[in-house]
Design a binder for this molecule. Structure first.
Ligand SMILES: Cc1cc2nc3c(=O)[nH]c(=O)nc-3n(C[C@H](O)[C@H](O)[C@H](O)COP(=O)(O)OP(=O)(O)OC[C@H]3O[C@@H](n4cnc5c(N)ncnc54)[C@H](O)[C@@H]3O)c2cc1C
Length: 417
């Protein structure tokens, strides 16, 4: 049996591990901690803004925008990943997670506009079922509901901004609900606390929510609520079924319930497929011979162990996760393998901070890290997700597309080897 290691428990690492384990590989996943999914919106962003961001025109047809974008940005990871792999990665995750409508690779990708927690509007490509009705439509009428005890959702500010946003004309009314979260003792609970309370086997809180909303909804309105309707996807289904009107969730700042649902479901699917998940395990280096990695040096339980590997996928993220670090002298380095890093020069975007943020690993089509001459540094090392340099995912709205597309590309490369 072929042993393969994956580093990182973000969307890129978990997706790669799942694909490999389903294909029969014995996968060990090492991760320092949980990944960035708890900071994500719970949607799948592929390419939100034309030209990455410059003019802030939302992309509608992702397929054609992707082709334009990669032609103009040959150093962006998408140029190596390709749209087919992005679609393959999205198809895989949506077919595994039952709270996403199943996407098929041959379908075109189109963006829709979603409200944010402060009432701005952003494009995204693939939505979970709980956000299907959150899509903003010209002329749409929305009842925006807030929760009295929920911090992180400023109801009136969000409503005011939504009414004035330039991208879509909508009518918005508000209703502040007073729900006794944790028996009414907590005044400023976060999204996770609310979601756990709605998940409770005791249905009183869900019934109270429905009672307060029912008295407010007018015919033709869609109800928008902050994304707190259960960590379990079934809780949202129960509540929206009981209300029997269109209900949509609005993503909140971290800890994001939408992102947590994806993280929990991917971890669960990996476990079901017998991925050996080792959390609190930091990969600190490797033993290599020529261009092959023979073993990983993994710090776990206070000591460093050498773990033999056949192939390795590095999905350890970028600065946020400590995979790429910048010291006080401004020196930037990749912290596990000492891989060469690059940051493309982009005309008109020569801000120092942006250049730092774009820094990451360059790869070939097989997602092997390459040196300045385009030669693979290690032939059995593959990179996926945010570690790939050249992008500004939060700005472009491309993070999940890069993660899932590179996961699919890594899987194809390992299968072909
Ligand atoms: C504030 C913010 C907002 C964002 N907003 C958006 C957005 O709106 N749209 C969008 O598309 N993208 C957005 N992004 C980007 C998106 O979050 C990332 O592209 C995505 O999370 C990358 O996933 P990943 O799996 O590659 O890495 P991560 O989710 O960062 O996971 C990295 C994993 O590697 C582990 N790790 C790190 N080093 C080691 C080590 N040495 N040994 C073992 N494990 C290690 C970490 O513990 C973690 O589990 C945003 C990012 C940030 C920071």
């Amino acid at each position: 049996m072929n042993r393969t290691a994956v580093i990182g428990a973000g969307i890129a690492g978990l997706s790669t591990a799942l694909m490999l384990s389903e294909a029969g590989y014995a996968v060990t996943l090492f991760s320092r901690g949980i990944g960035g999914l708890l900071q994500s919106n719970g949607t799948i962003d592929v390419l939100g803004w034309e030209n990455g961001r410059a003019d802030k025109t939302p992309v509608t047809g992702v397929d054609s925008a992707f082709a334009r974008f990669t032609a103009e940005n040959p150093h962006h990871p998408y140029a190596q990943i390709g749209l087919e792999n992005v679609k393959r990665g999205i198809a895989h995750i949506t077919q595994k997670l039952d709270f996403f409508p199943s996407y098929r690779e041959e379908e075109k990708l189109c963006n829709v506009l979603l409200p944010t927690a402060v009432g701005s509007v952003r494009p995204t490509a693939v939505l979970p079922e709980s956000m299907r009705h959150s899509v903003l439509k010209d002329g749409g009428e929305y009842l925006l509901a807030g929760f009295d005890r929920l911090k992180d959702f400023p109801l009136e500010l969000a409503a005011d901004n939504l009414r004035r946003n330039p991208l879509v004309r909508v009518k918005v009314r508000t209703k502040l609900l007073d729900l006794p979260i944790r028996g009414g003792i907590e005044r400023d609970a976060n999204a996770t606390v609310h979601a756990r309370a709605f998940d409770s086997p005791d249905s009183a809180l869900r019934e109270e929510l429905c009672r307060q909303l029912r008295g407010e909804i007018r015919p033709g309105e869609t109800v928008l609520v902050p994304a707190v309707l259960g960590l379990r996807p079934q809780t949202f289904r129960t509540i929206s079924g009981e209300l029997a009107v269109p209900v949509g969730e609005i993503p909140l700042p971290p800890p994001s319930v939408g992102g947590r649902r994806i993280s929990d479901a991917l971890l669960g699917a990996c476990r079901e497929n017998r991925v050996d998940i080792r959390l609190n395990s930091t990969v600190v280096g490797a033993v290599a011979q020529g261009k092959r990695i023979l073993a990983l040096k993994v710090r776990q339980a206070g000591r460093v162990a050498q773990i033999p590997v056949q192939t390795v996928t590095d999905a350890a993220g970028r600065y946020e996760s400590g995979s790429i670090v910048r010291d006080s002298y401004g020196k930037i380095k990749e912290s596990i393998f000492g891989l060469p890093l690059f940051s493309p020069d982009i005309p008109g975007r020569d801000f120092a901070a942006e250049k730092i943020y774009r820094t990451g690993v360059a790869v070939n089509r097989d997602m092997n890290p390459v040196d300045e001459f385009g030669k693979p540094v290690f032939t059995n090392l593959f990179c996926a997700g945010d570690i790939l340099g050249g992008s500004l995912p939060w700005d472009e709205k491309s993070g999940e597309g890069i993660a899932l597309g590179s996961a699919a590309a890594v899987f194809a490369a390992i299968e072909g080897k």
